[in-house]
Design a protein around this ligand. Structure first.
Ligand SMILES: *Cc1c(COP(=O)(O)O)cnc(C)c1O
Length: 459
């Protein structure tokens, strides 16, 4: 007999959703230039644009807000946060920032010099921006399987040690600023790295005095996949696996808007007190005094509680990743092409395979995201040629291998019935995919065009 899992919480407060008609949605998407980023959230029914800062806080986190110590210096809430990060992540030195990119900015400025190289497992937009802004060059050393949407490799987030060694041999270990190791790689579809790979990379780098800095934003989701898929860890708790991951690193940047179950916040955490001292000197200039950085006392209180809750029992992450898997499996079962294995934070639809009649220059993923919105009010996001932008030298589109629509699931926000509605809508649109028209720009911004671009159907 199957035994179902369910959410390890019940609902105490509800937020009504906007229910719209198809006519209203057709008007809304036209007004938004067929770009889901330009929709008003009041016109959205189920919002799967991002899992960033969209989590629901617990009753304990809401009550923790009231305990926030707003002292300018030495706030009690800061020391609570230091203790939580030390207990759960194992790093003693904490630099609190307004969100993940604030931590990336400080780390990049401290460790990267002009001409340095930063190898990493696929890029993340803001991370790479700060590495390049500091004068570094990012080099992708993720395994090849990560770029293949249908590869069933269980750890598509792994670093390819041969690729890493080739980069080190080419440039010399002292030109490698650090290895930028992302857990549960976002741009690859929320795909994990194995603990064996994390250990191997750290051992290789330690021998050569190359720091390993984690992007531990989704390390809890990564820990869950290690528990489920890596031999020898099936009986370890998520809390223990997380500490085992971070043990094989010199520090981490974290966007607390993801795993940590809060709506704003982030941090840099390191082991080296001297690096921490230099980071605090920068923090004061760019974020705030070293005992609050970019957060109010109440934000730090809610964050400290969120950090403890995310690993207090394994049931939390099992239900979080389980919900993503539930939606993914429903689509796989029907035959809708998606990135596999299903990742930790969202389901990625393979728009190129769903809309074979549209060339990539007609923006199939953009058109598919708009069509799903019109069908049901479910908002996803394009991750394809529009997001990739243009080559600044030639002016041509960057042409990514993956042309995807991302349906990202906020934590503790939607129910299984919402997931059923999403799956039914995607299936409906998939069944009539040949009716979807391509799009053309009516406005194309020069930078990060996907946020603000406007389109119309190709006539
Ligand atoms: C969201 C995210 C960031 C950036 O964090 P912000 O809090 O949005 O500034 C960095 N890395 C990864 C993997 C992320 O998902």
């Amino acid at each position: 007999m199957t035994r179902s899992w369910a959410e390890p919480w019940k609902i105490k407060m509800v937020e009504p959703l906007s229910m719209t008609t198809r006519d209203q949605r057709e008007d809304a998407i036209r007004d938004a230039g067929y770009n889901t980023f330009l929709l008003r959230s009041d016109d959205v029914y189920i919002d799967l644009l991002t899992d960033s800062g969209t989590s629901a806080m617990s009753d304990r986190q809401w009550s923790a807000l009231m305990l926030g110590d707003e002292a300018y210096a030495g706030a009690r809430s800061f020391y609570k946060l230091v203790e939580a990060v030390s207990d759960v992540y194992g790093y003693e030195e904490l630099i609190p920032t307004h969100q993940g990119r604030g931590a990336e900015h400080i780390l990049s400025q401290l460790l990267i010099g002009p001409g340095d190289v930063v190898p990493g497992n696929m890029y993340f937009t803001t991370t790479r921006y700060h590495q390049e802004h500091a004068g570094g060059t990012f080099v992708d050393v993720i395994i090849d399987e990560a770029h293949d949407p249908s590869s069933m490799h269980p750890f598509k987030g792994n670093i390819d040690l041969d690729k890493l060694a080739a980069v080190v041999d080419e440039h010399g270990a002292d030109r490698i600023a650090y290895v930028s190791f992302e857990t549960n790689v976002n741009m690859a579809g929320g795909q994990p790295a194995s603990l064996a790979n994390i250990k191997d990379v750290y051992a290789y780098c330690s021998e050569r005095d190359i720091p390993v800095m984690l992007d531990a934003t989704r390390a809890v989701e990564n820990a869950y996949f290690i528990q489920q898929r890596e031999a020898g860890h099936e009986n370890s708790s998520i809390a223990d696996i997380l500490l085992e991951i971070t043990k094989h690193s010199d520090g981490a940047t974290v966007s607390s808007k993801k795993d940590n179950l809060v709506n704003i916040g982030g941090f840099l955490a390191v082991r080296d007190p001297e690096l921490a001292r230099r980071a605090r000197a920068m923090l004061v200039a760019f974020e705030g005094l070293h005992t609050y950085g970019g957060m109010a006392g109440r934000d730090m209180e809610a964050l400290a509680e969120g950090i403890r809750e995310m690993v207090a029992t394994d049931d939390h992450v099992r239900s979080r990743v389980g919900q993503v898997g539930y939606l993914g499996e429903a689509l796989v079962k029907y035959g809708v092409p998606v990135v596999t294995p299903i990742g930790g934070h969202g389901v990625f639809l393979d728009a190129a395979a769903i809309l074979p009649h549209l060339p990539q220059e007609a923006f199939p993923a953009q058109a598919l995201a708009a069509a799903i919105y019109v069908d049901s009010g479910v908002r996803g996001m394009e991750r394809g040629i529009v997001s990739a932008g243009r080559d600044p030298e030639t002016g041509d589109h960057h042409v990514p291998k993956l042309e995807l629509v991302r349906l990202t699931i906020p934590r503790r926000v939607y129910t299984q019935s919402h997931m059923d509605v999403v799956a039914e809508s995607v299936i409906e649109v998939y069944d009539h995919a040949e009716d979807i028209q391509g799009l053309e720009f009516t406005y194309e911004p020069p930078e990060l065009r996907f946020f603000q671009a406007r389109f119309q159907p190709i006539s």
